[in-house]
Design a protein around this ligand. Structure first.
Ligand code: SAH
Length: 357
């Protein structure tokens, strides 16, 4: 189908290729499988240790109390995977008076196989599933997005004497997919600094649009959002961060599209600016290790260790290391929070990095 689209209309910008490979209604990667866990393609933080979701549950409860305990409120998760983070959040917040009475659960998920797993994990609760944030009814918002923004499509622009040209997916003479630079300069280059030869910049209108929408809802209805992902605050062009993963190993992104996960690092600067433009105050990003430590993940893990069997103990310690150590996920993963411009800083954050003008 990708080859057919290229034959009809010419090479595809990377964002179109990513959209087809990940979200094609019948053949897209996320539409056809559960990609998570040991038998899948990658493992995420909530799948490593229950302590991750539990301390985030505590963060949400604190944020809700600071908001003045609005009831009802929308607990929204973007891309909830297997529902593990939500399950841990719900267990950790069980004894917070009024929290469960007030919460309305909204899951933004396009994959049928994952929706089915989420339904099983959250059985007995009233859950709304949505294809996008726009479908979630208005109201005060507590929003979580862990490893969600990295899956949204990007354009890649490459610097040349002509300016910034789009890197596209084309069909080679042998009929295989290959990368090719568009001949003309791209209008997306207008938002970038002057092109230097060979530099690569990733630009994601899809991410910015969503961040702006989240910022707008928080400004209108109140609430907080927590975005956790790998990436950095880009001071210049981001570089090429496209990666494909199959069976826990890197693979060629153009090989067998639809059968491998495709992601790029999140440019937190672009995300923060879009959320600020939407009307939210932006906090961080702070490294995941620092954030989880400040929320007490070491104490929580120590408590879990007291009652764990030896094999579980090894697992809990290894997970704590992976989640927090700078050599693993502790530095590469960042945490960004959004809040209402007049509300106090959410727990774990100091003064805002950006405020609406
Ligand atoms: N947050 C989970 C899963 C991360 S994988 C965890 O940490 O374990 C990415 C998730 O986002 C999956 O649930 C995938 O189906 C969903 N997803 C990716 N792109 C999406 C999109 N454009 N719209 C809705 N859901 C999407």
């Amino acid at each position: 189908m990708i080859a057919e689209e290229i034959r009809r209309g010419g090479p595809l910008p990377l964002d179109r290729f990513m959209t087809l490979a990940l979200h094609h209604p019948t053949h897209g990667y996320y539409r056809t499988r559960d990609p998570l866990g040991a038998g899948g393609d990658f493992v995420t933080a909530p799948e490593l240790s229950q302590a991750f979701g539990e301390v985030i549950g505590a963060w949400l409860a604190r944020a809700w109390l600071d908001l003045g305990q609005p009831t009802p409120f929308r607990l929204v998760e973007l891309g909830p995977g297997r529902g593990t983070l939500l399950e841990d959040v719900l267990r950790a917040t069980r004894r917070v008076p009024g929290f469960h009475d007030g919460l309305r659960l909204h899951l933004v998920e396009t994959g049928e196989p994952l929706r089915a797993i989420q339904a099983t994990r959250l059985a007995g609760r009233h859950v709304g599933w949505h294809a996008g944030l726009a479908e979630v009814p208005p109201g005060p918002l507590l929003l979580l997005a862990n490893e969600f923004f990295d899956a949204l499509p990007v354009h890649q622009l490459v610097g040349s004497a002509r300016g910034w040209s789009e890197r596209c997916v084309a069909l080679g003479d042998d009929g295989r997919l290959e990368f090719r630079l568009a001949a003309a300069a791209s209008p997306l280059g207008a938002q970038l600094p002057e092109a230097t030869r060979g530099a690569v910049a990733e630009v994601s209108p899809a991410r910015s649009e969503l961040a702006r929408a989240i910022g707008g809802r928080i400004a209108d209805d109140g609430g907080v959002a927590l975005v956790i992902d790998y990436g950095a605050w880009a001071e210049g062009p981001t570089g090429d961060t496209l990666q494909a993963t199959r069976g826990h190993a890197p693979c060629d992104p153009l090989d067998a599209p639809g059968s491998a996960d495709l992601t790029t690092h999140v440019d937190f600067r672009a995300l923060a600016q879009a959320a600020r433009d939407g009307g939210a105050a932006v906090y961080g990003p702070v490294p995941q290790g620092t954030f989880l430590s400040s929320l007490g993940i070491h104490l929580r893990t120590a408590k879990l260790l007291e009652q764990a069997a030896p094999a579980q103990r090894r697992q809990l310690r290894a997970a704590l290391f992976r989640l927090t150590d700078a050599s693993a996920m502790g530095e590469l993963f960042k945490v960004l929070a959004l809040g209402h411009p007049t509300a106090p800083a959410p727990p774990g954050f100091a003064a805002p990095t950006l405020r609406p003008c």
